[in-house]
Design a protein around this ligand. Structure first.
Ligand SMILES: Nc1nc2c(ncn2[C@@H]2O[C@H](COP(=O)(O)OP(=O)(O)O)[C@@H](O)[C@H]2O)c(=O)[nH]1
Ligand SMILES: [Mg+2]
Length: 314
């Protein structure tokens, strides 16, 4: 590792730690409270299971870790650190198969990425961050302003386009998002672009409307390229806690999601929900957002994430 990347890693690492502090302090602090000079008896295990469930880990994971602990250490004195380590092991076990980087397969040109997720989850920002990443990999990038609902949304994508010096295809406010997707694909083809990212609106107030809009966009994209969208990325805001599970379900139904990016793990995050989502939906976790700036996107590491979540040093 070069000095530069070491420095960078420290930067986002410490920020991520800050972000998880709330849930992990509750978790590690809670574990400390439960286990101060205590034996691992039935009542203690029950208390621990409750704490884990409250940390958004999901019932299945919480039960599994308690069962493992009970098998190995029942009726023995146990230190909080041992509980944290066992918990981190269980969580990493679940997350490891899901830690799959986003792979832009050659052979699709443009490689079309559709970004979906509720308003405010971080879609547009994540597009901006990914644009830089793809350009660093030597790929040409174009953005499609498919959130045609608000002028501010189009302008915001334009700002990210300018920042990255990549073209943005946009239409009038209120125009048809599917039509915009069509135009963007045409232009990306004409300009021989490698990766086209299409932004969308995420109005969840009306589920059937959202579904209709997304499926129309997807239908139009498929008419251009039957294999597209090549990736449909669901962006989830970590601070929404358990609500993210519901969002994953709705968007899975509406848009056949192919992978996840969880944002705002630098904020007052409740990152534990990622564990229950990975458990419930068989979806790759491609990356995590750890800030609002262009470089604040990191690939997902199951072991580091698990340790930080339970308050262990990595
Ligand atoms: N702290 C933090 N803020 C983020 C992150 N990703 C996005 N945001 C902020 O969240 C807000 C909504 O993001 P935006 O990209 O507009 O969401 P969209 O409505 O899904 O397109 C903006 O203020 C972003 O700067 C992140 O990883 N960390
Ligand atoms: Mg947006």
């Amino acid at each position: 590792m070069t000095e530069d990347t070491t420095h960078k890693k420290k930067g986002w690492f410490s920020r991520l730690k800050d972000g998880l502090k709330r849930s992990s302090t509750a978790l590690s602090g809670g574990i400390g409270d439960i286990f101060v000079k205590r034996k691992l008896d039935g009542a203690t295990l029950e208390e621990l299971e409750d704490l884990l469930i409250m940390s958004d880990l999901g019932v299945a994971v919480s039960r599994a870790v308690c069962e493992t602990l009970s098998k190995n250490r029942f009726d023995k004195e146990i230190a909080p650190e041992e509980v944290q380590a066992a918990l981190a092991r269980e969580i990493a076990e679940i997350l490891r198969p899901a830690a799959i980087p986003l792979n832009i397969e050659a052979g699709h040109k443009p490689y079309i990425i559709l970004m979906v997720g509720v308003n405010g989850s971080g879609k547009t920002t994540t597009i901006g961050k990914l644009a830089k990443k793809f350009q660093n990999e030597g790929k040409s990038v174009m953005l499609g302003a498919g959130d045609t609902f608000r002028a501010a949304a189009i302008e915001q994508l334009q700002v990210w386009g300018d920042r990255n010096k990549v073209p943005v295809v946009s239409g009038k406010v209120g125009s048809d998002a599917a039509g915009l997707a069509y135009d963007a694909i045409q232009r990306a083809r004409a300009e021989n672009i490698d990766v086209l990212m299409i932004d969308t609106a995420g109005r969840l107030q009306n589920k059937s409307h959202l579904m209709a809009e997304l499926s129309k966009i997807i239908r139009v994209i498929k008419k251009q390229d039957a294999a597209a969208p090549h990736s449909t990325l669901l962006v989830l805001d970590a601070t929404t806690g358990q609500n993210a599970v519901l969002q994953a379900k709705v968007f899975q139904e509406a848009a056949n999601v192919s992978g996840l990016i969880m944002t705002k793990l630098d904020g007052t995050a409740k990152g534990g929900v990622l564990v229950s989502i990975a458990e419930k939906f068989d979806l790759p976790i491609h990356a995590i957002g750890v800030g609002e700036s262009i470089d604040d996107l990191q690939s997902f590491d199951a072991d580091d994430f698990s340790k930080m979540l339970v308050g262990l040093e990595t």
